[in-house]
Ligand binder design. Sequence first.
Ligand code: HEC
Ligand code: HEC
Length: 401
Amino acid sequence: MKKNNPNLKGTTLLIFLASMQANISQATEAPTGFDGLTNGFILQGDYDHDKELFEERRTAANGLGPVFNAQSCVECHANPTAGGSSQVAALRAGIFNGKKFIEPPGGSVIHDRATDASLQSTVSDKWNVRTVRLSSNTLGGGYVEAIADDTLREIAKRQSKQSNGEIHGQVVMVDVVEVPGTKRVGRFGWKSQHASLLSFNAEAFRSEMGITNALFPTENTANGRSVVEFDTMADPENNGWGVALLTEFVRATKAPPRDSNLAATEDAISGEKIFEEIGCGLCHTATITTAPTDTVINAGTFKVPPALGDKTIHPFSDFLLHDVGTGDGIVQNGGQSTRNKLRTAPLWGLRTRSRLLHDGSALTLLQAIKRHQGESASVTKQFKALIATEKSQLLKFLESL
Ligand code: HEC
Ligand code: HEC
């Protein structure tokens, strides 16, 4: 605990305490549910309409391809409801020259599909960095976007202090694409490669589906080769509304809910305590409060609305990058120092995931936990030292997420 500032006069202290009280009581729990209902950011009718766009199966006639990964957002973000995660994995590759990661021609996303067989992208034998990335969850994304940069910085400081520097989440500053020249703390994607949902979704529209738009107006290439002669539509293929409405949809999703029956069991309750005691919670942060309503974020382009501001969420992530020994060698927007780091996987909705870690290389919770080394080595050691009952309580807790 910080000592009170001795210079603080009695009345000032009281006012200060009262305002802290006010801040605390203002925050309310964010709504959770896999129920396809709006979190209140927009009306249900608009939510249903935006969700249709998220689910719309595109063809070349409305911009798909020529090279792409899937035909709709929901093809990859589906489980157990539109916006969730899935087993669909995207392929990435590149070159490590002993010093740094270099993108191959056309970028590190290797498109799995094409509208014409001659455009099929493949991985070259010369590209020594190769990985797949599972589709992550977008539900509750509006709350994640509404977390203040300073809140994430504070978590980084706190965890480093509490672990004597062993755990030191990296804050990455990434472009807010909608306002050139501005940056914000990254939080979305396995590499925290974006800070704004509009930026992320605009890139996903182009990179995953080949639908160019105002923020990402340049068509994908086939391993660097131009595909324009196969493209039937002029760029940008989407007039901007598409990305805006997809973003409205993600912002309006509720956060993933716990399994309330399992969560109420004594085992899960004890398991959560153990999770905190041995240090899992240093990275998998249980509780975060979003910025106050009316805070202006994303370089001045978005004002946090009442539905997303002052909300308490339980993402079980710090949204920071760590080296836990599983790094895939790919650099995205965070720079070379992030090459072998990954964002702490948010554990909300964990029970809907059949494959674990960014590349699906762990299939059970135990396997995923034991893979944690690097910054997490001491925590993993403590996990291994737990007695059998404690381990099974911890696993019960994880199964309730
Ligand atoms: C081919 C599968 C695929 C399609 C299609 C796809 N995504 Fe994704 N999505 C992914 C993968 C894989 C990730 C994780 C990316 C990474 O970090 O490597 C992801 C991550 C995201 C995230 C970040 C969530 C987080 O982890 O913080 C958002 C938001 C998102 N996608 C939105 C969309 C939208 C909107 C669309 C439709 C325009 C879309 N995606 C289409 C595969 C897909
Ligand atoms: C130093 C930070 C850190 C600590 C400490 C830590 N984790 Fe993680 N955890 C991560 C990162 C980073 C990932 C993503 C790794 C990847 O995908 O390769 C992850 C992934 C996971 C996953 C996989 C989730 C998914 O959806 O794929 C589980 C489960 C998990 N951690 C549980 C735990 C448990 C239980 C503990 C304590 C025994 C723990 N973690 C401690 C950072 C941490």
